[in-house]
Ligand binder design. Sequence first.
Ligand SMILES: NC(=O)c1ccc[n+]([C@@H]2O[C@H](COP(=O)([O-])OP(=O)(O)OC[C@H]3O[C@@H](n4cnc5c(N)ncnc54)[C@H](O)[C@@H]3O)[C@@H](O)[C@H]2O)c1
Length: 340
Amino acid sequence: MKSILITGGAGFIGSNFVPYFAAKYPDYFLVNLDLLTYAGDLANLREMAGVKNYAFVKGDIGDAALVSALFARYDFDGVIHFAAESHVDNSIANPRAFVETNVLGAFTLLDAARAHWRGEKRRFHHISTDEVYGSLGATGLFTEATPYAPNSPYSASKAASDMLARAFHHTYGIDATISNCSNNYGPKQHAEKLIPTIIRKALSGENIPLYGDGKNVRDWLYVLDHCRAIDLIFHRGAAGETYNIGGKNERTNLEIVAAICAVLDERRPRAVSYKEQITFVADRPGHDRRYAIDATKLATRLGWQAQESFDTGIVKTVEWYLAASGGECSIQLPRPSGRG
Ligand SMILES: NC(=O)c1ccc[n+]([C@@H]2O[C@H](COP(=O)([O-])OP(=O)(O)OC[C@H]3O[C@@H](n4cnc5c(N)ncnc54)[C@H](O)[C@@H]3O)[C@@H](O)[C@H]2O)c1
């Protein structure tokens, strides 16, 4: 039985990935290391209760003694690294936490892999974001050759961790792969992020806040399509390579809000459309204008294709939040958000 360390498995993407991966690979033993920060929630992993090939460990990826002890105890055959501080707005308010977790935490994991694997070819997959590439103009796509130009403390910290993964491959022979993905959407996302915020505000009759003119463009990917891409890269990606992941679903934030309001108008009709609640608020400092991903390398080399269209994915997503909230979103949110 192979043992795999998954970090950040109680967060949004990790908690979609863990049940998918455990079901697909019943002969793997998964160890989920998560600090359960405000962004992690074991309720996201209820379906893992009683699953035999799974263990949860509460702890910090930056705790070198803990990480080393886990490597020694489980003799990991691979690492899939999700854990991060992930919210751009928070990185503007408190950048230190982003450097500590995203940079030093990634370093701690890579260094443990270096010490324990001693040159053996075991896969370390590092999950990153398209935000490392900066902002696009009206045209063009991010490819794996696009120079890094991070604009927020979040994207800068992710860029630094990508570089560490790359350097540990070239310097120490760690069998590292990196993926840079566009904005994810789907079940289990934290209440602070754009889509849960829109749904909650719409249902509670509050203003739906949109940064600036609402025309910032993101390339949206259904979270399970991201999970399937990570699975492919972890198993079949080439060592030292980076793969971009994106769904070719460019939408302005205004279009995202309109799509959600249209689903709500149908599922929870009211006298006036939910769109009437849209309110434009002061833009985020340094707000990147447009992200769009060219995922040709992943498609041609590993055969990945997104399975969910935006139109079906957004309906599934809204329905999940409606079911989770019993129709009245009760999750609290401190401020408006612009990141997936
Ligand atoms: N959400 C997106 O749209 C998106 C897009 C591209 C890439 N990513 C990347 O995917 C990964 C997961 O993103 P997400 O949206 O699921 O994030 P999230 O904020 O929902 O979850 C992060 C998880 O990491 C855990 N964590 C935070 N600090 C930790 C620490 N020091 N030690 C251990 N665990 C810690 C949290 O408790 C939480 O469970 C991140 O690396 C992020 O940069 C996210």
